[in-house]
Design a protein around this ligand. Structure first.
Ligand SMILES: [Fe+2]
Length: 434
């Protein structure tokens, strides 16, 4: 049987699930937060944000709407940009002490992820590792329903508002890892694209590359039909592989990124570009929330976790930190050069959607074509030149490989098997692109 070009193999998975995200998208939508939370029977809300955003308009708008709806609110602004196990624990203490019946997160992926973790551990107290993905954590399922969470993203990236994933740095292991469960998906996402107007250019570049990579990885992931059929539907993984539903969002997100990404980075006054990229981020978030990402993200966990002294303009400068989108995109061209052999036509289609000239490009050139287009965009946006550009060299290849191969959920979602040697070779190919 075939479904939209997916050929079902006897004994393998024959169905995919569409996990909907509840979204309200448009200018001014943050002012609806109070009404939505009241409709969810909440009376006392925790508002998660970070120290920079706490004084800015989006948070003020949300707090005003909560007051108007008669909802008591307490603000938590100690979110760590790129959260850690320590910052997750601190946020959990706040959530546990506050006896909240509803949660709102206003910020980028770090804020939304911290809110997810805090409400989870405040509701079902446990050691942090309990719900963290195996093999780093115990990978236990979340025992039951979670309180309402309204996510209000303020960057044009991450897509965290559409997914059940919360990512953090394990400081001892020097590796990023995460919690993944459908139950963690926010109850509602309020996406106001006008929030992106004031973002620094490098924040748009980093979050935009995250969007682009979510879309590319969802579009090129292992097909859902390549997995063995689970014993029962509840065991169908959230990272189920690419499927006809994720293809729709991924491809449109790539078209939007191809058209608007460079404009959005280079001109803060280009409202059309920034607001369009915000819609692209939403579509890519829906796609990867239903398909899962793969190698560029698996590799990013080690790239970000092992950081030594890299600091990125537009981000906090008090400590070394590689923004998520940058830690992802530095790997992407090397990965797509290699994965192209699994589905050359998809890689060419993705390159075309991103604005590459694919005239006369044959299956053998698919990887070079797609990675070439991503490299062009990296250079135009002024991001670091590969893994070498954020401080790594030949001597780091083993550590980077170890930190990535353990991201089993993501590595397994790649369109081809990847062992240690293959991962090492991907990192070697990512050291420099120009
Ligand atoms: Fe991401």
């Amino acid at each position: 049987m075939t479904c939209c070009h997916y050929v079902v193999v006897e004994g393998n998975e024959s169905a995919f699930s569409v996990d909907p995200s509840s979204i309200a998208f448009g200018a001014g939508v943050l002012a609806e937060a109070g009404e939505h939370l009241r409709a969810l029977s909440c009376r006392r809300a925790a508002v998660f944000t970070d120290a920079t955003l706490a004084a800015l308009e989006p948070v003020e708008t949300v707090l005003r709407s909560l007051r108007a709806a008669g909802i008591e609110a307490e603000v938590y602004m100690d979110v760590h940009v790129e959260p850690t196990d320590m910052s997750f624990r601190a946020a959990t203490e706040f959530a546990s002490a506050g006896r909240f019946d509803g949660y709102i997160s206003v910020g980028g992926g770090s804020v939304i992820d911290t809110c997810k973790a805090a409400l989870l551990y405040a509701t079902y107290p446990a050691e942090l590792r309990t719900y963290v993905n195996a093999p780093i954590g115990d990978g236990k399922p979340i025992p039951g329903a979670l309180p309402p969470h309204i996510a209000c993203p303020t960057t044009c990236g991450t897509g965290s508002e559409c997914t059940g994933i919360a990512v953090f740095d394990d400081l001892k292991l020097k590796a990023k890892t995460g919690i993944a469960s459908r139950r963690l998906r926010p109850t509602l996402a309020l996406i106001d694209p006008t929030c992106t107007r004031t973002l620094p250019s490098m924040v748009v570049a980093a979050s935009g590359f995250d969007v682009l990579s979510h879309a590319l990885e969802s579009f090129t992931a292992r097909p859902y039909t390549a997995r063995a059929r689970p014993e029962k539907p509840s065991l169908r993984p959230m990272s189920q592989g690419r499927n006809p539903w994720s293809d729709v969002g991924a491809l449109e997100a790539l078209r939007i990124a191809g058209k608007y990404f460079v404009r959005a980075v280079s001109d803060a006054s280009d409202r059309e570009a920034r607001e369009s990229l915000s819609w692209g981020a939403t579509l890519a978030g829906i796609a990867f929330g239903n398909a899962g990402v793969h190698l560029p993200h698996a590799m990013s966990y080690a790239v970000a976790g092992l950081v030594r002294d890299y600091k990125c303009p537009g981000y906090p400068q008090h400590e070394a930190m590689i923004p998520h989108g940058i830690s992802v995109v530095v790997n992407a061209p090397s990965v797509f050069r290699v994965t192209a052999s699994t589905s050359p036509e998809r890689h060419i289609e993705a390159a075309a959607a991103l604005g590459a000239d694919v005239h006369g490009v044959g299956p053998g050139d698919a990887g070079a074509c797609l990675s070439g287009r991503v490299i062009e965009l990296m250079r135009a946006a002024g991001v670091p030149n590969g893994v070498g550009g954020v401080g790594y060299g030949e001597g780091d290849l083993d550590a980077l490989t170890r930190g990535s191969i353990m991201q089993k959920r993501l590595v397994d979602n790649a369109p081809m098997p990847i062992d240690d040697a293959a991962m090492r070779s991907l990192f070697r190919g990512a050291l420099a692109y120009w």
